[in-house]
Unconditional design. Structure first.
Lengths: 223, 223
DNA sequence: TATCATATTTTGACATATCAAAATTTCTGG
DNA sequence: CCAGAAATTTTGATATGTCAAAATATGATA
């Protein structure tokens, strides 16, 4: 029975641990930043999570999930992502608006209901953004994807995952038919201009900056 | 932006106001009982709701919703009941288990999502228990129904509403095919034994006590 | 009307979650 | 290695929501 606050912290720590390649440890600064709280608040929460054996906390070091903390984090993430699927697939919400909704619902759903949702959706393995859905058993498998910036010029790809949940960005992706599942072709890799040009469906090609392109993960299509 | 606690109190006050025929005012004792808190807690909450102009509070008198409080209460009730519909109709949960689930979800759903749910369900006017769903405009219309105890012996009725949300009771109702919408016949009104005998579908007749029968509301079928 | 049971309010305490600002530690560049 | 910058922790405060137990008010009854 962790509170929603605790669930949010644990989920965030999990995601930050994955994101930061600086080892496995999340600093108070990063945690506070990611949670939108002051550093002092992050510190006191870190202690309290450590008291509950959900994280290992080293003063002046940082915080890292324990096995138990990871289990809780993955359960929250599973709920979050399955809810996103439900909202998009059953209720027709736009994928650019489901994130905030799921942020609240992920704390309000029983295991039983979650199972029904999973079944109803046909046991999906990724959410509408292409993010992998942890299993009920607490495993998460992230397939090896390539960023759009790393693809050879001329290659055919299938969009697999969009790493930025920002509404603006998701709508941009939508406009140019670059949702997960779509097939596209990389027309130009302009390293000097730090730009990538992509073309999807019958739409005109679009050129985007490397930072934007780096947030679009793809699979190469054989042949 | 009322907290879920505030939403729960307001909804409960609304329901208690309707239930108690002792005027329109809810005593601290009743409020505390209904909310499962101590009397002191109810008092302090009553004051704080009064500060926010959500209830009128008279010390040693009791509490009564203001127009604003009623609006909030009805919005919560609308969310609760539409969610119950969704869980039963789209996700196939049993009507005996949706209440607790809705109790949490009712605080976690945006207006936008609620509209989608309403649309998805085809704008239902009652929930799975036959409870009326307040409109988006904040109105609630309760049709004049008759308790099973008040019906003439031999009458044909349509079950319209079940007033008790208790799992045991709902399952009893289910077993004997007395869900809202079902047609049934009142075979015996035994006033001496304080019992009512009803028969539905092809099932054998069932005899229940008056207190149970009083919780089943029906419409008389013409002819 | 005086008394007593019952309802209500008040008081003091606690848990959680947060902030601002002060104090402290760690890191880094010269 | 040492001074200043940056990160972190500590301190003192606030808001919400709760309880137990003490104090007080209300209302029925004898
Ligand atoms: Mn959340
Ligand atoms: Mn997602
Ligand atoms: Mn509730
Ligand atoms: Mn209901």
């Amino acid at each position: 029975m962790p509170s929603s606050t605790v669930e949010n912290y644990l989920k965030r720590i999990f995601l930050e641990q994955q994101a930061e390649p600086t080892g496995d440890i999340v600093s108070m600064k990063n945690l506070a930043g990611a949670m939108g709280v002051t550093a002092g608040t992050a510190t006191s929460m870190a202690k309290s999570l450590a008291d509950s054996k959900l994280v290992a906390y080293e003063p002046y070091g940082g915080v890292k999930l324990t096995a138990r903390g990871r289990t809780v984090a993955l359960r929250v993430l599973r709920r979050h992502r399955l809810i996103e699927c439900l909202l998009v697939e059953a209720l027709g919400l736009d994928w650019s608006e489901v994130h905030d909704e799921a942020e609240k619902l992920e704390h309000a759903i029983s295991d039983k209901l979650l199972d029904r949702i999973d079944e109803f959706l046909g046991f999906p393995s990724v959410d509408p953004h292409g993010d992998p859905i942890p299993t009920a058993g607490g495993e998460i498998r992230h397939s090896a994807l390539t960023a759009l910036t790393e693809v050879e010029q001329g290659a055919e790809v299938r969009i697999a995952r969009v790493l930025d949940q920002d509404e603006q960005f998701l709508r941009f992706v939508d406009r140019h038919m670059l949702r997960p599942g779509t097939r596209a072709r990389v027309l130009v890799q302009d390293h000097a201009a730090e730009a990538v040009t992509v073309q999807s469906g019958k739409l005109p090609a679009v050129t985007m900056g490397r930072t934007a392109a780096a947030k679009i993960m793809v699979e190469l299509i054989k042949g």
